[in-house]
Design a protein. Sequence first.
Length: 291
Amino acid sequence: MALALTLSGLSSSWYMVGLGRATLIVVYELLPRVVATAIAAVALVTLGQVTWYPTLLTVAALVGTGVFALRTVGLRSLLAASPGSVRRVFREHRTALTTEIAGGTYNSLAVTFVSIAAPVNQAAEFVSGDKLYRIGQYSASALGNALQGWAVEDGPGQFARRARVALVLHLLLGMLGLACFAALGPWLSEVLFGASVAIDLATAWGLGVATLGIALGTALGRVILVGLGARREFMTSVLIGASIGIPSILALSAVIGAAGGAWGLAIGEVVSVICQACYVAMRWPREVNHD
């Protein structure tokens, strides 16, 4: 399962969105996963083997990404990539790489941190909430990918207005996620995963605040700070959020279980957003108003 989730990093959805052809995401990203999930469900029911699910997800990720890469780049170009060119790309984009690794590790390992510190039943409850939380996270990521290029494509003259639009849209998305968690989180987790692992209201609110933080952080970081050329500031914000969020998850989940893990996650996201907002406030007058 870890391998299947890791391969999601090979997704080319950012490129498809940049092309303005979102239907490609359906064909090469969603459809293979839907087919893999359906086949895995049949295999689970008939054979009783859960390993089919991560195995087929891995195959779907490799097939979808591979076919798209071959159609877009071509086999010759793929084979022509040398280790030296790959290392050069990593060096040139090490700030972005560090940001993605820190942010991805912090969010992806939240379940692991809660499992280390909290009792088993509380960890199971947090897992149920985490599955719902991922929906909000993917939604914010998709919106950010769609608006990141749009915000800068017409130059500095349009950037200020488009950056504000992106911030408002992400704020609305985050508030919607918070409201959905607060109103529907406990009920929905019970319907989907069972009453024994359903999240309580405190956990739902914590995950809702974390969802709002993810949405605002996407706008402030990926759209605005990156658009201003402040990549190091974006990286620093993510690192500070993770350095505070991880101990918060461990400490709070040890004391109050699933709710503590959710609020620890929220604390990390809120700290990162505050840092990003401060950097935007410092860079905005110099970069935008000057233009």
